[in-house]
Design a protein around this ligand. Structure first.
Ligand code: PLP
Length: 694
């Protein structure tokens, strides 16, 4: 609908296998070795990007500097066409590859220093050869900062070049419509956490040093061009860069950040005279050894609007990490746009049978309801139609068999497709609490082992699926994977219980794998510590496919429950406002876990005791819960188990379960990405939709 917008992408990935110990093993993904037929190399679209060197202030009263020396590399564009669904519009995904500026450093070559000549060309190509892993924790690594600057600088240069072609003054930059294939507009959203925030000082640099724009005018253009979407409030994930590294790699940008900070703090001082604590809290520079640049603050003050990605998350942005900024700049700059997912991929493509049934039942052509997802509400009047419910249930059953086939071919196991399918698939992280799930599985296993054969006959069989990658340096997350895999080995091999409880960890989680897992789930788990999951999107994908949800009162789970009705969601756990107090108590009034949550203590002791292989291996993981328990497992475990019991109880009434499933899908209209994009376009970016050619 908004054709011609250039989006900026990255390419890199890792494949995951498993060691015999069950540990995650990373291997490079050679996906470009045989070339990529979908990309168009654009050797005619290149820009020079500089690193290191010296920035010298001109001291002529203009604030300008001259940045010279250092390393210069070339950014080469690659275009990937992204066709829309049921439209002739096609967007362009523009990717950038780094190349040495010349084949190699001729100066060094002429001086007889062959090795240095090769080395400089290798280091240029290394910038985009693999994405530096930076997953919800920020490591201060030079290559990562280099990548961030490389991608933002190339994209910004490209946008400015195209803007200049239309011959308008730079003051029109934030509001100008660019004419390419169709109408679009210069508008830059600092999306994907704060990784492209360097675009803010970069645009200032171009305007001041190259275009000779006065500071105030440049800042005015910048703060009307950028929009900041925050994606996390986890303190450890808020990006910070050491000042010495910034000064070394991007000396001119560091000067500009200091200047932005000086003018900004002067304005804060004017509004809150004498409030030194406030100045220290709001400064773009965090004191310490070394000093650090707070990228989220830079993104906030350099942007026209700031938003979070679900109602609760946006409220937490306003009341925690950016509280001082709301007090300074006013509430109206800060708002919410709840995330969405595309029903084209996450229903029509991944669940073709359900999509066909919906079209037939609603009496609508696919494009009509796939582009207006609120139409799904038409399914509500069929909830009481037995024939429809049977068709609905039969499709779920076939999707479960499709997943069982995948498990057979990848892991070699035969899955019981009459069991309830219980799925948790997402990046491995402590805040997402895969630990809560695996400890719950162990608890269930121990409970089954204590039962008589007679009692076991009344138990609902359950198959638990996990998938997800851990960041290669995230030790605790990798240990969690190892525990899951080893628990699976024991449980799946126990003849007494294996028909009632089995567990599979599918390696190498990806979108393609998700497309098989999601349509097959009866229940999925979204169980982050309240207040930590900004939105979540897989929760939406599962519900769109008629899976029910067990979860905490967090992120978009809350809005999903508002839509589908709380009776169709299994909520548990403490609420976000309680979290701070609970953590305080963990530190200042700790209660031994044996007293506080005997059930969880027993599970942890079983793991230490060696039931799943050498117990000592898991000590570092178990100790995060026994000491400190930052993610509050001991506070939520009992209510989690109670919620899973309610799930079992509800699943016994299959027909009622199918009704819940249909009601859930029917009420997912709000979570279409079309709704989210339209909210950004209308109330945020001030973009008008164009007519879609038929
Ligand atoms: C949707 C999706 C995610 C996000 O999942 P959450 O559970 O919301 O964190 C991650 N990875 C893949 C492959 C996905 O499809």
């Amino acid at each position: 609908m908004f054709a011609g917008i250039t989006v900026v992408g990255i390419w890199a990935s890792i494949q995951i296998r498993h060691f015999p110990t069950g540990a995650q093993l990373e291997a490079p993904d050679p996906w470009l070795d045989n070339q990529n037929p979908w990309e168009l190399p654009r050797l005619d679209v290149t820009y020079e990007v500089r690193f290191y060197g010296y920035a010298e202030r001109l001291n002529d009263g203009t604030g300008r500097s001259v940045w010279t020396g250092g390393q210069e590399v070339l950014a080469v564009a690659y275009d990937v066409m992204i066709p829309g669904c049921y439209t002739k519009n096609t967007n362009n995904l523009r990717l950038w590859e780094s190349k040495p500026k010349r084949g190699f450093d001729l100066n060094s070559f002429n001086a007889g220093d062959y090795e240095r000549a090769i080395e400089s060309s290798n280091s240029a190509a290394a910038i985009t050869s693999v994405l530096y892993p930076n997953d919800h924790t920020s490591f201060g690594k030079e290559l990562r900062l280099k990548q961030q600057y490389f991608w933002t600088a190339a994209s910004l240069a490209d946008i400015l070049r195209r803007f200049k072609n239309i011959g308008k003054p730079l003051s029109a930059f934030p509001d100008c419509k660019l004419y390419f294939y169709r109408v679009s507009r210069v508008l830059i959203d600092v999306y994907l956490q704060t990784h492209p925030t360097l675009a803010i000082p970069e645009l200032m640099r171009i305007l001041i040093d190259e275009e000779e724009t006065p500071w105030d005018d440049a800042w005015n253009i910048v703060t009307n061009t950028f929009f900041y979407t925050n994606h996390t409030v986890l303190p450890e994930a808020l990006e910070k860069w050491p000042v010495p590294l910034m000064e070394h790699l991007l000396p001119r940008h560091m000067q500009i950040i200091y200047d932005i900070n000086m003018y900004f703090l002067q304005a804060v001082e004017k509004k809150f005279p004498g409030d030194r604590d406030r100045l220290a809290r709001m400064s773009l520079i965090e004191e310490g050894f070394p000093k650090q640049v707070r990228m989220a603050f830079l993104a906030c003050i350099g942007s026209r609007r700031v938003n979070g990605v679900a109602e609760l998350h946006s409220e937490l942005v306003r009341t925690t990490i950016l509280k001082d900024f709301v007090e300074f700049e006013g509430r109206s700059k800060f708002s919410n746009v709840t995330n969405g997912i595309t029903p084209r991929r996450w229903l029509d493509q991944c669940n073709p049978e359900l999509s066909a049934l919906i079209s037939k039942t609603l009496g609508l052509q696919k494009p009509v309801w796939l582009k207006d997802l609120f139409r799904l509400e038409g399914l509500l009047k069929l909830v009481e139609d037995k024939k429809f419910r049977d068709e609905w249930a039969a499709i779920k059953q076939r999707n479960k068999e499709r997943l069982a086939n995948l498990v057979k071919t990848t892991l070699g196991f035969t899955v019981n497709t009459n069991a309830m399918f219980d799925v948790q698939i997402k990046r491995l992280h402590e805040y997402k609490r895969q630990t809560l799930n695996i400890f719950g599985v162990i608890y269930r296993y121990l409970t089954l082992k204590k039962m008589s054969a007679e009692e076991r006959k009344k138990v609902n069989p359950r198959v638990v699926f996990f998938a997800g990658k851990a960041a290669p340096a995230y030790y605790i997350a990798k240990l969690t994977i190892r525990l899951i895999v080893n628990v699976a080995r024991v449980i799946n091999d126990d003849p007494e219980t294996k028909d009632l409880l089995s567990l599979y960890f599918l390696p190498d989680y990806s979108v393609s794998l998700a497309e098989v897992l999601i349509p097959a789930s009866d229940i999925s788990q979204h169980i982050s510590t309240a207040g930590t999951e900004a939105s979540g999107t897989s929760n939406m994908k599962f519900c769109l496919n008629g899976g029910l949800l067990v979860g905490t009162v967090d992120g978009a789970n809350i809005e999903i429950a508002e839509e589908v009705g709380e009776s169709n969601v299994f909520f548990f756990g403490h609420l976000a406002p309680a979290v701070e107090d609970l953590r305080y108590q963990h530190v200042y009034h700790p209660v031994p876990i044996e007293e506080k949550c005997p059930a969880l203590a027993n599970v942890l002791n079983t793991v230490s005791g060696g039931m799943f292989g050498d117990g000592g291996v898991y000590d570092p993981l178990l100790n995060t819960i026994r000491q400190g328990d930052y993610y509050l497992l001991s506070d939520d475990f009992d209510s989690y188990i109670a919620a899973l019991d309610l799930v079992d109880e509800a699943y016994k009434d299959k027909d009622e379960w199918v009704k819940k499933s249909i009601r859930t899908t029917a009420k997912m209209g709000k979570f279409s990405s079309d709704r989210a994009i339209n909210e950004y376009a209308e109330s945020f970016w001030n973009l008008e939709a164009i007519k879609v050619p038929q």
